[in-house]
Design a protein around this ligand. Structure first.
Ligand code: UDX
Ligand code: UDX
Length: 441
């Protein structure tokens, strides 16, 4: 059993702290956002993450997991301090480390025993050295015995708990191998692959992994766009590719591209690091451009299908950046809504979990309570987030209540044939139908 402090109770920090408590450790999660901490003390979750509420409640009840805004209390007897605060993009893409700095300084101010500081947040290569600097300077008059370890997270929102409990690998980096080995003992119960390397390499593994996943997605989206002009079906192409063990089937879903609080921020930060240190990241720049283009292509398809977007009503199904989360950060749906509104379209929208977050940023959108309300009197229906509940909608009913039967399947969730048989104009991403080519009328 270890005494752990986690700074930051966002998607990363809250899951990390709760899971470590569930493994038997004594964990205190700290956040500067008092409202968020009060909610957690009252058993209310500040984020939607499947399974999290139950795990937080049972570990709080057992006394292993506590929440506070008070640094001295959070760090009391802590052997490990995880920094899991936000690292948002700065003006030209670099990661903003102000919150990492304030967490590191607060740790330095409130600890007088040997401690291991672990960077869980995604931070630019070299940040581990910088955090050491920050702490050493803060304690120049009264040196603190500490080590810094990089432990990047690979959690996917919507499956964060299972990703924590069944990781493909845990990556630990440090200039002091024994510090990394101590942190690895926290992960022993997971019986998973634990890779120990140096600080900068660990930080780079995180960026390279996210950038590669984003590249796969932009790759299959470019293939989808080529399929559209050649009459091939990208879902089948991806299936055929995936049988190759060197390629594998995952992360080859064509659609609206990637959003969220990680891929956009991390690819931009990696590009920024490259340019700053003299390497021209052509591939990363192309990967981002293709991703931006996927949103614009969907707007073009809707404009083509409706003649013009001015004064048209477009229904949008899904607002979160992916299913099983309430997170709307950099969600493709939001960007497409703004592009459509710029051309005079009126928007109706519904999302199973993200309505609260969306209502704060979509004032001119009519927020609905069901998919059918969104479809009513719509000139087109855009599927932006492939929530399971949108898979088996009653399309005969939808056909009757829409003003025009135009479906834009932004995530290739639906089968084109049955919908075309019902009379819909079905438009997917990279979809041909049974190999025949449908010139979009
Ligand atoms: C974010 C990034 O998304 C992820 O890539 C990175 O690895 C970690 O930071 P996330 O959990 O999504 O992860 O961050 P966010 O949801 O923004 O939560 C950060 C939390 O830290 C917030 O609750 C914020 O109040 C808190 N915080 C911020 C502090 O506790 N102290 C600070 O000084 C600043
Ligand atoms: C990602 C990484 O997967 C995770 O390892 C890292 O820790 C954080 O960033 P996350 O952003 O939560 O996780 O979700 P992910 O499932 O990776 O999806 C990211 C975006 O890519 C979503 O917008 C999703 O819709 C999109 N995506 C994903 C595709 O468009 N096609 C795919 O095949 C897969």
């Amino acid at each position: 059993m270890s005494k752990i402090c986690v700074v930051g109770t966002g998607y990363v920090g809250l899951v990390t702290g709760t899971c470590f408590a569930d493994l038997g450790n004594e964990v205190t999660c700290l956040d500067v956002d008092n409202e968020r901490i009060q909610k957690l003390i009252n058993g209310e979750m500040p984020i939607y993450e499947p399974g999290l509420e139950q795990l937080v409640l049972q570990n709080t009840r057992s006394g292993r997991l506590t929440f506070t805004t008070d640094y001295p209390k959070a760090l009391q007897n802590a052997e490990y301090a995880f920094i899991a605060v936000g690292t948002p993009s700065g003006t030209d893409g670099e990661a903003d480390l102000q919150y990492v700095r304030s967490a590191a300084e607060a740790i330095a101010d409130n600890v007088d025993w040997p401690i291991i500081v672990i960077n869980k947040s995604t931070v630019p290569v070299g940040t581990g050295d910088w955090v050491s600097e920050v702490i050493s300077q803060r304690r120049s008059g009264h040196p603190l015995q500490f080590n810094v370890v990089s432990n990047p997270e690979f959690l996917r929102e919507g499956s964060a708990i299972s990703d924590f409990m069944n990781p493909d690998r845990v990556v630990l980096g440090s200039l002091q191998k024994e510090a990394a080995e101590k942190v690895s003992s926290l992960y022993q119960p997971l019986r998973c692959t634990i890779m120990i390397t140096d600080l900068r390499t660990a930080e780079m593994i995180k960026y390279a992994s996210n950038a590669f996943l984003a590249t796969r997605i932009s790759f299959i989206n470019e293939i989808a766009n080529i399929c559209e002009s050649l009459g091939a079906d990208v879902n089948e192409v991806a299936r055929g590719m995936g049988y190759d063990k060197r390629i594998g089937p995952s992360f080859l879903d064509a659609g609206l591209g990637w959003g969220g609080s990680c891929f956009p921020k991390d690819v931009k930060a990696l590009e920024h690091m490259a340019v700053l240190h003299g390497t021209q990241p052509q591939l990363l720049q192309a990967v981002m451009e293709i991703n931006r283009n996927q949103r614009r292509r969907v707007v073009m398809k809707l404009r083509k299908a409706l003649g013009s977007l001015n004064e048209k009503t477009i229904g949008v199904l899904g607002l979160a950046f992916k299913p099983n989360t309430d997170d709307i950060r950099e969600s493709p749906a939001l960007e497409i809504i703004h592009l459509l509104q710029n051309e005079g379209a009126h928007i109706k929208a519904y999302d199973p979990q993200a309505m609260t977050n969306a209502s704060k940023v979509l004032p001119k959108v009519k927020l609905c309570e069901t998919a059918y309300q969104v479809a009513e009197d719509a000139d087109a229906l855009l599927l932006a987030t492939h929530w399971n509940e949108f898979k088996q909608l009653d399309f005969s009913r939808i056909f009757k209540i829409m003003r025009q039967p135009v479906l834009l399947d932004g995530r290739n969730l639906w089968d084109a044939e049955p919908l075309r048989a019902l009379g819909f104009k079905y438009i997917g991403v990279g979809r041909a139908v049974n190999g025949t080519f449908h010139e979009e009328e």
